[in-house]
Design a protein around this ligand. Structure first.
Ligand SMILES: [Zn+2]
Length: 479
């Protein structure tokens, strides 16, 4: 561990109790997107105690906020999330299904740790600035509704990230690795058809079926698949099938589409073609059509220059220091996962990182090594609103182990592990690494310049908003 790593380690360890208690507090609130009032307030309170000035309710979103310390350039930002997921409540540390206090929502993606880990990084950088006279500004961005609501897209659209020279974040994971792969851009669109109801046997010729329009639209899109790029992903669900009576011609029906592609510009183009399938279906059926964009987000572009700083930080700080008890508890969780899934996981490590690393990991429930830095040109098939930040400034993220290998994403098992010491260790390790990269970036203007050049080349230096500019976030969650 170099000198900077041990200084930052000290700052974070000094506040260990406060930070883990805050993570547990947000874990207990388990508030879903745009409803994170108690969680945001707890984070804001902690940042104020730590000497940050907090701007609340940014971008017109009550639970979005920015906290800053210092002044002038460079400006380094840490992104925090804190929203939970419906139906994933679970007792902390319990490997058998048992809901927590009759709860409903739970932190099945670990965003309680994500929010507090990034806060701890901002706090450690602030301490370093104070003690070592490092100039500039460190900011923490409270980003609501990552799971369903694209909080960061609305914040990017409002210019909230414009001040940044670099953005750093992380995600709870089963592995310790810098995130070197991009993610898919995604646009979410509701297609509502309106027709004319009649007796389906008596006067069918007078009816105009909105349900027929939905079916024809889907047929059109499914034929379109042959002529779209391989990496695109288009999926749909019926939001309204027009009612349950076969003898009534359905005068209303609606489809909800997610349209994904490796680049936001590609997703926007493809969306036009999907819109045309809907228009064609309306024309064929004599119905009218209402198209509403509900949401959207950009692809994530990992900045390689700043990723190298994260990797250095990971190697200096090291993997989370899990105790024997943590390893034993994680192994209990693994007992509930399908054996073939665990085998496939190990094989995927072997394929990606070679037999040596696979051998090191064999039989281990929690990852205790740092994986080598890898940039994958192919986008991983999910989507995240961190992508929108990566179109505003150089952006990077890392993964740190906070749960057992083989734990499914968005699961109650993940909720359980994020509320106990397994999650705490990963969170504190992530905080130290993020702080390390943040300080290294702030003290070397050349690194930030190089990161910016790379960002300009990748994006043209311009934020491409995937949704209409006047679209407002759906704060009540109804789409
Ligand atoms: Zn997540």
């Amino acid at each position: 561990m170099d000198q900077l790593a041990s200084i930052l380690e000290g700052y974070v360890e000094q506040k260990r109790q406060k930070l883990t208690a805050l993570s547990e507090e947000i874990w207990r609130y388990a508030e879903v997107g745009y409803q994170e009032f108690q969680s945001a307030a707890a984070l804001e309170r902690c940042l104020e105690e730590e000497g940050f000035s907090v701007e609340k309710g940014v971008a017109g979103i009550p639970t979005a906020f920015v906290a800053r310390y210092g002044q002038g350039k460079p400006v380094i930002g840490f992104l925090g999330e804190f929203d939970a997921l419906f139906d994933l409540s679970q007792q902390a540390g319990n490997w058998q299904r048992a809901s927590f206090e009759n709860g409903n929502a739970g932190h099945g993606c670990g965003h309680n740790q994500l929010g507090v880990g990034s806060l701890a990084a901002a706090m450690a950088v602030k301490e370093y600035m104070k003690d070592h006279g490092l100039a500039g500004t460190v900011a923490y961005f409270g980003c609501p509704a990552e799971e369903d609501g694209s909080g960061k897209m609305y914040m990017a659209k409002a210019g909230v990230f414009d001040e940044l020279d670099g953005a750093f974040t992380w995600h709870p994971s089963s592995k310790n690795a810098v995130d070197g792969s991009s993610s898919l851009a995604c646009i979410c669109v509701l297609y509502r058809f309106h027709g004319r109801a009649t007796h389906a046997a008596g006067q069918p010729h007078l009816g105009r079926s909105a349900l027929d329009a939905c079916e024809l639209m889907n047929v059109g899109v499914n034929y379109l698949r042959e002529h779209m790029i391989q990496e695109a992903r288009v999926h749909y669900a019926y939001r309204d099938a027009g009612g349950g009576a076969p003898n009534v011609v359905q005068d209303h029906a609606a489809l909800y589409y997610f349209i994904r592609a490796p680049k936001v510009s590609q997703a926007m183009e493809l969306r036009e073609r999907v819109d045309n399938c809907a228009r064609g279906a309306a024309l064929m059926t004599g119905t009218t059509l209402e198209i509403t964009t509900t949401d959207g987000l950009c692809d994530f572009i990992p900045n390689q220059t700043l990723s190298a700083l994260l990797q250095r930080g990971m190697e200096e700080i090291g993997a989370p220091r899990f105790s024997q008890a943590d390893q034993a508890l994680a192994a209990r969780f693994q007992e509930g996962y399908p054996a073939e899934e665990l085998k496939a996981k190990n094989e995927s490590y072997e394929k990606e990182y070679g037999p040596q690393i696979a051998a090191q990991l064999a039989g281990k429930a929690l990852m205790d090594i740092i994986l080598p830095l890898k940039f994958d040109p192919a986008a991983s098939p999910g989507s995240t609103d961190v992508g929108d930040v990566s179109y505003v400034c150089p952006t990077v993220q890392l993964n740190m182990a906070t749960y057992a290998i083989g734990t499914p994403g968005h699961s109650w098992q993940l909720t359980a592990q994020g509320g106990c010491s397994i999650g705490h260790e990963g969170m504190l390790a992530a905080a130290k690494v993020l702080a390390y990269a943040g300080v290294r970036a702030m003290e070397d203007p050349k690194v930030l310049e190089q990161a910016k050049e790379e960002y300009q080349k990748a994006t043209g230096g311009k934020y491409i908003c995937p949704v209409p500019l006047d679209l407002e976030p759906m704060l009540d969650g109804v789409k």
